[in-house]
Design a protein around this ligand. Structure first.
Ligand code: UDX
Length: 459
């Protein structure tokens, strides 16, 4: 019996990869009393973590990280052998970035499994937390066995929303554990037994299908409501009221029916593309996924056309003030953010763009060229020919719009998230262009800031 084969302690856990999923999961596991070792290779991220600094903006994470690091329940290393020593369960939470053809790049997952082969025995359970397309884990289980990895390999997909990821760890809508080793699955299920939630044990491919199906279905919902919004703009009706009406049917539900600039982020665009690619590889043409993606792109183009129309036809030489850069409120994440596409198009049409985002602004300066990143919203709107709301940050609702009316060159607002109160803005002399209803047509309801914060319920 090698040292790797001795009985392992499920109270000691290793997490490989300190990205959004790995770090949040690790912090939550430490909060539940386990000893967690996090493996991170990227020198800058590792250095930040060693100093106790959360490298991502995620509600409550910094506080929790400080607490669990201070009492020694979470530690960070770049040495995988060190991290997995004595660990009963090892989570792989490395990145699976999109490949040019839409598929997922699995190199980091394979590399982690290759490393584990040298350092873990049959009594450790390896859990893939990274998002991998349907069929991947089963193939990895088989190849790992051929490669003599003794540890059982499972998948436990994540359903965490950025901005409320810790909340989602503490109150998951469900936990899905896929694989073909029931006793290993039971050990992983035990990690979640104190949570009042459904724990599903299933085969690996069904688990992956649940993960991709959830994201793809929610993306379809968003693209559906955005198409309905377009119809409301053409025929009449108010999309926010229509969404409320649809949402009262419990078979439909109100979540993910907010029309606007569509979906961005690290998950929906990537997972829809990967599922579509996987379907194609198996000879199935997934019409709905292609349509959802196309509608999503059109939504961004359509927004720029609206801006163009609102300023009288040409964007050349016009000053645009973009409020919000993150792909959604509550995060600093700019991956696949609508703001990037929108700003690129505005710049291509010759506009000068100033942008403000309290959280994502500093990161944006590196990613989006030809844009002036402003320190506050008032600086951003100064001299603007139009103010564009791109991310649904609640702080935009409570800006001093009277002051803004005095700072802009022209009082035009194109609201890509139906965030602002058009009654207030109309009284201040603004032309307000919303999504999914004709400009100037009064909304039947007002929005408030608290309604826009991430809701505890998963859609
Ligand atoms: C998503 C899933 O919700 C989560 O379960 C999974 O683990 C990761 O992907 P996230 O990417 O954090 O989470 O964001 P989410 O809140 O789901 O929103 C995704 C995108 O859809 C955002 O760009 C958001 O602005 C957009 N969206 C969401 C809408 O346009 N309308 C809506 O009604 C809801």
């Amino acid at each position: 019996m090698t040292s790797a084969d001795t009985a392992m302690d499920d109270g000691t856990i290793a997490v490989i990869g300190a990205g959004y999923v790995g770090l949040v999961t690790a912090a939550w596991l430490a909060e539940t009393g386990r000893h967690v070792r996090v493996v991170e290779e990227a020198p800058e991220r590792l250095d930040q973590l060693r100093r106790g600094i959360a490298p991502i903006h995620e509600s409550g994470l910094q506080e929790l990280l400080t607490a669990v690091m201070d009492d020694g329940r979470l530690s960070v290393t770049d040495d995988i052998a060190d991290a997995v020593r004595g660990a009963g369960i090892v989570f792989i939470a490395v990145g699976t970035p999109p490949l040019p053809d839409g598929g997922a790049d699995l190199r980091q997952v394979r590399a982690a499994l290759g490393q584990l082969k040298k350092h873990v025995g049959a009594t450790t359970v390896v859990v893939i937390k990274s998002t991998v397309p349907p069929g991947t884990t089963q193939a990895l289980i088989e190849s790992s066995r051929r490669d003599r990895l003794k540890a059982p390999v499972l998948t436990c997909p994540e359903f965490l929303r950025e901005g409320s990821a810790l909340h989602d760890c503490r109150h998951p809508s469900r936990v899905v554990i896929g694989g073909d080793d029931e006793s290993a699955q039971a050990r992983v299920a035990a990690l979640f037994e104190e949570l009042n939630t459904v724990v599903m044990q299933t085969d690996a491919t069904s688990a992956e299908m649940i993960k991709y199906g959830s994201n793809a279905f929610l993306a379809l919902k968003i693209s559906f409501i955005n198409e309905m919004a377009r119809l409301c703009e053409l025929i009449g009706g108010n999309i926010d009221v229509v969404a409320d009406g649809l949402g009262t049917d419990p078979r439909i539900g109100r979540a993910f029916l907010n029309a606007g600039l569509g979906f961005g982020g690290s998950c929906f665009p990537k997972d829809v593309a990967a599922l579509d690619e996987t379907a194609g590889l198996h000879g199935h043409y997934f019409w709905l996924l292609k349509a959802a993606t196309e509608v999503n792109l059109q939504q961004r183009r359509r927004f720029v056309v609206k801006v163009q129309e609102a300023v009288g036809g040409s964007l050349s030489g016009k000053r645009m003030a973009v409020l919000g850069l993150a792909f959604k409120a509550g995060t600093d994440d700019l991956r696949q953010a609508p703001s990037i596409d929108v700003i690129r198009q505005l710049v291509d049409f010759g506009a000068h763009v100033a942008a403000y985002d309290a959280v994502a602004g500093p990161k944006a300066a590196e990613i989006i060229p030809n844009v002036t990143i402003c320190a506050d919203a008032y600086e951003c709107v100064r001299g603007a020919d139009a103010v564009l709301v791109v991310t649904e940050w609640p702080e935009f609702i409570t800006l001093d719009w009277r002051r803004i009316a005095g700072l802009v060159r022209r009082r035009i607002i194109v609201d890509g998230r139906n965030l602002l109160d058009e009654h207030v803005l109309a009284d201040l002399g603004f032309t307000y262009v919303p999504v999914g209803r004709r400009p100037g047509k009064k909304s039947l309801r007002r929005r408030n800031a608290s309604a826009l914060l991430p809701s505890p319920a998963v859609g």
